[in-house]
Design a protein. Structure first.
Lengths: 294, 327
């Protein structure tokens, strides 16, 4: 018979923030860890684009046009005008991230607000929101964007706002449905009964409860917006040269696909890895934010 | 003593449509109910499923607007649902739910939710909030460490204690309990009912206790109103109604409660199902199931009349008040 040592010393740093973070990090699966690291890298690149860019995005080096990746001093090679692909890629990441983040947030806030308004007021308001959502869903977004951009001319803020209208009808429908079912019975009705204002009921109770679904929806919209912007830039309606975005780079790199595939492959790889990371992290985040799944 | 809550001739009708093209038929869920609640007293409301108990409870709180009649609380007419006046009144009157898990927000901790009425009604300064929450939790018998838990981490009885603590946070004068213990184990039921009683005595809260369980109502209520198909058929003090029920329906209900150590003698077993409220029987709604029914019962609705000291009954067969007192 053994006597268990019950007087094991309790580690003093058991509950410090650092050790808790370390423990939390150890539980993160590899794919999610990769996703977080990649996204953090992308955000850092976007923030410090001006500092880490080795060359200006319009600086031409005509003597080493279409240089292969890895050739000094151009790490990712150069394009047809001898512009450094790495520098242009860094600037593109900043541009595309600003557009995608801005647009995703606009569309999430806009759609969720309309959905909650529909659930709160029902009747005419609800019909109006649903008609708008149907209208948005029925209209090919690309065609509408082309029309608006062709009419008003392309500018950065217009592009972000326009992209912000992409996918809002999904949030509106989800938010409306979840809010109606929440306020019909259960916790929301209980909070109303406590005397809470509608503002409090919707923002403090219903929103956190439906946030997981909305976050998943955001992880779907984010890559779609990157791809949509790529498509518009590819068509020449998005970001205008000499400015550059990921889609823009893919569009222009296409012409040199056979002779200099690196011009197109570098931004394509960034698009793919970023969208993948967003999906992985978003999925993981949804589970983490739900206390009942812990 | 002045009435805390007074309801007069409350009517609530729902439109029920049968099938896609069916004609909507009105269903009178509550059909002309009047009642009063004095400060600190407990009124039990019993009846079968579908007798309109819960609808009545919601109307008493102003959550559902009555289509006829009115509710007066502390001398003031009930404000319309959702108005600032109605919201402010929530600090004075609260509801305890049947299903505590559904009534709690699963993303907030128990302590946060118990303190929520304090934030909403700003009854006490922020720095006293934690102390008041701890006091409430102690009052309902929750351990301090359970404040950090989420609803799904507690047992059914503990959740209901949390719901009751939340309802009491703003020191209400009226508590409507809608089947508060019917989802709990019998052993837990007794604990929660006793706790409600103690809290009520301590804080002088009036209670409307809605239940289908006569044992529970007998334990907690001072007065009992029996509902059948949206109407009160008998009302009397708790001791009187369980000892000498007058209405045949009450008799059947009371005889169905087993008494320990006694054989079930003279048990009145009700025949048939409670009728469909959309298709209310003529005359006394209870006549198809009543053993005493005669032609008068089939043709005329009995009025709720005084049937003795402090008691009323709605039955043609109940004799004059003088005889009822003698019985």
């Amino acid at each position: 018979m053994t006597i268990a040592d019950t007087s094991a010393p309790v580690t003093p740093d058991h509950n410090t923030v650092l050790s808790r973070m370390r423990r939390a990090l150890r539980q993160v699966p590899f794919s999610v860890g990769f996703g977080i690291a990649w996204l953090a890298g992308m955000v850092l690149i976007a923030i410090f684009a001006d500092q880490i860019r080795p060359y200006g995005i319009t600086a031409m080096d005509l003597r080493s046009r279409l240089a292969l990746p890895g050739t000094f001093p151009h790490l990712l090679g150069t394009d047809e005008l001898g512009r450094d692909v790495l520098s242009r890629l860094i600037q593109s990441i900043r541009m595309s991230l600003v557009i995608a983040f801005g647009a995703t947030i606009i569309s999430a806030i806009f759609g969720t607000t309309l959905g909650f308004l529909a659930a709160k007021f029902r009747g005419v308001v609800e019909h109006l929101v649903l008609v708008l959502a149907d209208f948005q869903a029925a209209l090919p977004f690309l065609i509408m964007s082309i029309a608006i951009l062709a009419f008003f001319g392309s500018s950065m803020s217009l592009l972000i706002v326009l992209m912000g209208f992409y996918g809002w009808e999904r949030y509106a429908r989800i938010a409306r449905g979840l809010a109606i079912s929440a306020s019909a019975q259960g916790y929301a009705a209980a909070v109303v009964q406590l005397g809470a204002t509608p503002m409090r009921v919707y923002l403090k109770h219903i929103l956190p409860n439906v946030a997981s679904t909305l976050i998943v929806s955001m992880t779907l919209t984010f890559p779609e917006i990157i791809l949509m912007e790529s498509g518009l830039s590819f068509l020449g309606l998005g970001v205008q040269p000499p400015e550059t975005s990921l889609g823009n780079m893919v569009g222009f790199g296409r012409e040199y696909l056979t002779r200099a595939p690196w011009i197109m492959l570098a931004p394509s790889l960034v698009i793919m890895l970023t969208t993948l990371s967003i999906s992985l992290v978003g999925d993981w985040l949804r589970d983490k934010l739900d206390p009942t799944l812990r | 003593m002045a009435h805390l809550l007074e309801a007069r001739d409350l009517v609530r009708t729902y439109q029920v449509r049968r099938g896609l093209l069916g004609k909507p038929t009105p269903v009178r869920a509550v059909d002309g109910v009047s009642l009063t609640v004095r400060p600190g007293e407990t009124l039990g409301i019993v009846g079968e499923s579908g007798s309109g108990k819960s609808t009545l409870g919601r109307m008493l709180l102003g959550i559902d607007a009555p289509q006829g009649g009115d509710v007066v609380f502390e001398g003031q007419a009930m404000p319309e649902f959702g108005t600032p006046q109605w919201r402010a009144l929530r600090a004075r009157m609260q509801l305890v739910y049947q299903d505590p898990l559904a009534a709690l927000d699963r993303r907030l901790t128990i302590a946060q939710q118990i303190g929520e009425p304090l934030d909403i009604h700003k009854v006490i300064p922020k720095e006293h909030r934690a102390a008041r929450v701890a006091e409430l939790m102690a009052a309902v018998g929750l351990r301090p460490d359970q404040g950090g838990r989420y609803p799904h981490e507690l047992s059914g009885g503990q959740r209901q204690r949390a719901v009751i603590a939340r309802a009491l946070a703003s020191r209400p004068k009226l508590l409507v309990c809608d089947e508060p213990v019917s989802a709990l184990d019998v052993s837990i039921q007794a604990q929660v009912v006793n706790m409600l009683r103690d809290l009520q005595d301590m804080n002088n809260i009036a209670m409307v206790f809605i239940s289908h369980d006569l044992k529970v109502v007998r334990n907690i209520a001072d007065r009992v109103a029996v509902m059948y198909l949206g109407r009160i058929v008998e009302e009397a003090s708790s001791d009187v109604i369980f000892k000498t029920p007058l209405h045949p329906y009450t008799k059947a209900l009371v005889s169905s409660v087993p008494v320990p150590g006694k054989m079930l003698e003279g048990r009145v077993i009700l025949q048939g199902e409670p009728p469909n409220p959309a298709n209310r029987p003529s005359g006394c709604a209870f006549h198809p199931r009543c053993s005493l029914a005669n032609d008068l019962c089939r043709s005329r609705v009995p009025a709720l009349l005084v049937a003795g000291e402090g008691r009323t009954a709605a039955c043609h067969m109940v004799e004059a008040p003088a005889d009822a007192v003698a019985a």
